[in-house]
Write a protein that binds this ligand. Structure first.
Ligand code: HC0
Ligand code: SF4
Length: 569
C-alpha cells in the first residue's frame, strides 16, 4: 500500500492508483472534464490539476500515480488558478451560446465554468466551424467540440468502429470523421454512444420534435405513437419522479396530454417479433441444411447496419423478422388502419425510442410495407423529454392511463427486449413452449441476463442442445464475427445489441455524464416483467387475435410481406 495525504486527509491505496482515484476513496471529487474511467484517461483537458507540496508544479490527477509520502492539495490557490486558466482556454475555443444548446443544464463544461465563477473569457475567441449535413440522424457541431477525445475513444475502444479521429494540429486541432469520408459514407452504426459520452453539446441527434408539432396541428392526420421498452425506465428521471409515480401508466398519460390520438406499446410488437422469430428459429432447427448458422437477431438497427457495412457475408444469417419498431409501424398502417377504416397515409406513425439508429431504420426503403413509411417520425427519449417540457406537462399531476388497444397490451417477454439478453430470453420462452408443448419454468432462461460483453449458454430443447450467445457492444460483436468466420466458435442462436447493456444503454437515452446505467435500468425492465400477469409472447391475447383475424399464422404469406425483410441495404 502507498500512504499519502490529500487535502489534509491520510489515504492508503494500492500502488498504481492515480491521485484522482485515491482522492475518491476519501470522498474528494477532483473536477474533471475529459476523464472517462477506463476509456479516456489522457489528461487532455488538464482540469484535474492538483498541487504537490514541495514541488513547484501541478500535476494532472487522472494520470499521475500516487507515491509514498506525497502531500497533495486539490484546491490550493495555485491549483485553482491553473484550473481556471485551463477552463478559460477551453471556453475560448467553444461556442458558448448556452441558451441555444441542447446540453444546457446538463453540460459538464457549463457546470465547471459556473463552479469556478468564470463570467468572462479573457482570451481571443477562436472557434472552428465545420459544415455538417443537418438531415443526418447524428449531428456534430464542431463549434462546441472541446477536443476531449471521449467520442474518439468510446468509438475506438468500446465499439471498435473508429469513426472519429483528430484532424489538424496546434490551435486548429479538432475532431472529425476519420479517413476523409463523410459521415454518410462511413461505417457509423448510429449507436449514439459518442453522443451519450460527450460532456458538452458537440454531438446530438437530429431534432425531430418540430415534425411532431406539424402533425399534431394537421386535422387530416391520425397520430399513433408507440413507446419502446427502454423508454419507460428513464423518461421520468428528468422530472425527478419517485418510483411510485414513474409508471408506464403516467407515461401514457403524458402522451395523451400532448394530444396523440392513440398511445400504443412497442412491447406488443416485440411479442409479435417473438412469434415470427421463434418460428424462424424452429424452421432453421428443422431444416438446418437450408440455412446459414448461427441465426442472428435483427431487431437492433445499429447491429444490422454494422453487419451490412463491415461483415456483409453474414447478412444471410440475420433473422428476416423486422424489429418491433417496424413491425408496429407495418401493423399500425395495415391491421389497425383496416380496423379504423383509415388509409395508411392518413396515419402518422410515431415512435419514441432510446435509440438514434432507429431514425435511420424508419427511413429505409425496405421499411415501407404499407406503401408509405411504416414509421414516419422517431423521437429519442431525450427528445420526448424536451417535448414534455415544451408542453409544460407536469407528469406528477396526471392520473395513470392504460395503453390503447389493440396494439397496446404486452407480456413481460416484450418488455425485457430493452435489456441485453432480453430478446434471447423472450424467444426461448416461446420456442420452449412450441417444442416441449408446455410452459418453461419461470427461471429457465434467466441465465442469459446481464451486461457482460458475451454470454454463452447451452439449453436443452426437445432433447437437442441449443447453443446461445448474447452479445452487447459492437466491439464484442466484431470479435464474435471474426471468430465465427474463422470457425473458432459455433453457436445456434445469437442476440446482438449494438449498445453496451442493450437499448437501456442506448444512444438516445438521458445523459448522466460519467455514469453507465444500463444495469440499473435493465433491472427495472425485469421488475416490470415480474409484475406483468403474462410472461410469454404466445400468451398475449391481442397477439393471438392478430393471428386469428389478420395474419393467420407466423410466417404466413401476409406475415412475410408485412413483417419480414432481407435486411440488405
Ligand atoms: Fe429497443 Fe427494440 S428493444 S431495439 O432497444 O427488438 O430502440 O427499448 O424498441 O424495435 O421492442 C430500441 C428498446 C426497441 C425495437 C423493441 C427490439
Ligand atoms: Fe438502438 Fe438499442 Fe441497437 Fe443501441 S442497442 S443501436 S439503442 S436498437
Amino acid at each position: 500500500m502507498v500512504n499519502l495525504t490529500i487535502d489534509g486527509q491520510k489515504v492508503s491505496v494500492p500502488q498504481g492508483t492515480t491521485i484522482m482515484q485515491a482522492a475518491a476513496t476519501v470522498g474528494i471529487e477532483i473536477p474533471r472534464l475529459c476523464y472517462l474511467k477506463g476509456i479516456n484517461e489522457i489528461s487532455a483537458c488538464k482540469v484535474c490539476v492538483v498541487e504537490i507540496q514541495g514541488q513547484n508544479r501541478v500535476v494532472t490527477a487522472c494520470t499521475t500515480p500516487v507515491q509514498e509520502g506525497l502531500v497533495v492539495y486539490t484546491n490550493s490557490p495555485k491549483a485553482r488558478s491553473i484550473r481556471r486558466t485551463n477552463v478559460e482556454l477551453i471556453l475560448s475555443q467553444h461556442d458558448c451560446m448556452c441558451a441555444t444548446c441542447v446540453r444546457s443544464g446538463n453540460c459538464s463544461l457549463q457546470t465547471l465554468a459556473n463552479d469556478l465563477g468564470i463570467y468572462d473569457i479573457p482570451y481571443e475567441r477562436d472557434v472552428v466551424d465545420t459544415p455538417w449535413n443537418q438531415e443526418f440522424p447524428l449531428i456534430r457541431d464542431s463549434k462546441k467540440c472541446i477536443k476531449c477525445m471521449r467520442c474518439v475513444q468510446i468509438c475506438d475502444k468500446v465499439q471498435k468502429l473508429h469513426i472519429w479521429d483528430v484532424q489538424n494540429t496546434g490551435a486548429r486541432t479538432t475532431v472529425d470523421v476519420a479517413g476523409n469520408v463523410s459521415i454518410e459514407d462511413s461505417d457509423c452504426s448510429l449507436c449514439g454512444q459518442c453522443i451519450t459520452h460527450c460532456p458538452v453539446g458537440a454531438l446530438k441527434e437530429r431534432n425531430d420534435v418540430p415534425k411532431i408539432y406539424d402533425v399534431l396541428a394537421d386535422p387530416n392526420k391520425v397520430t399513433v405513437v408507440q413507446v419502446a421498452p427502454a423508454v419507460r425506465t428513464s423518461w421520468a428521471e428528468a422530472f425527478n419522479l419517485p418510483p411510485e409515480l414513474a409508471t408506464e401508466g403516467r407515461m401514457v398519460a403524458t402522451l395523451k396530454k400532448i394530444g396523440f390520438d392513440y398511445v400504443f406499446d412497442t412491447c406488443y410488437a416485440a411479442d409479435v417479433t417473438i412469434m415470427e422469430e421463434a418460428s424462424e428459429l424452429l424452421e432453421h432447427l428443422q431444416k438446418p441444411q437450408d440455412h446459414s448458422w448461427p441465426m442472428f437477431t435483427s431487431c437492433c438497427p445499429g447491429w444490422v447496419s454494422y453487419v451490412n457495412k463491415t461483415h456483409p457475408y453474414f447478412v444471410p444469417n440475420l433473422s428476416t423478422t423486422k424489429s418491433p419498431q417496424q413491425i408496429f409501424g407495418a401493423l399500425a398502417k395495415s391491421y389497425f388502419a383496416q380496423k379504423k377504416g383509415l388509409k395508411p397515409k392518413e396515419i402518422c406513425s410515431i415512435s419514441i425510442m432510446p435509440c438514434v439508429s432507429k431514425k435511420r431504420e424508419a427511413a429505409l426503403f425496405s421499411m415501407r410495407s404499407s406503401g408509405t413509411h411504416d414509421v414516419d417520425i422517431v423521437l429519442t427519449t431525450r427528445e420526448f423529454i424536451r417535448l414534455l417540457r415544451a408542453e409544460h406537462i407536469n407528469p406528477a399531476m396526471l392520473d395513470e392511463q392504460p395503453f390503447d388497444n389493440p396494439l397496446g397490451q404486452s407480456t413481460g417477454a416484450g418488455v425485457i427486449f430493452g435489456a441485453s439478453g432480453g430478446v434471447m430470453e423472450a424467444a426461448l420462452r416461446t420456442a420452449y413452449h412450441v417444442i416441449e408443448g408446455k410452459e418453461a419454468p419461470e427461471d429457465a432462461f434467466t441465465d442469459v441476463r446481464g451486461t457482460e460483453g458475451r454470454k454463452v449458454r447451452e439449453f436443452t430443447l426437445g432433447g437437442a442442445t441449443l447453443r446461445t450467445c448474447t452479445v452487447s457492444g459492437l466491439g464484442n460483436a466484431g470479435k464474435l464475427l471474426d471468430e465465427l468466420k474463422a470457425g473458432k466458435v459455433h453457436y445456434d442462436f445469437v442476440e446482438v445489441m449494438a449498445c453496451p447493456g442493450g437499448c437501456v444503454g442506448g444512444g438516445g437515452q438521458p445523459i448522466h455524464d460519467g455514469e453507465e446505467r444500463a444495469d440499473v435500468l435493465g433491472n427495472k425492465l425485469y421488475t416490470i416483467d415480474s409484475n406483468r400477469p403474462l410472461h410469454q409472447s404466445h400468451n398475449n391475447p391481442d397477439v393471438q387475435e392478430l393471428y386469428k383475424d389478420f395474419l393467420e399464422k407466423p410466417l404466413s404469406e401476409k406475415a412475410e410481406q408485412l413483417l419480414h425483410s432481407d435486411h440488405v441495404k
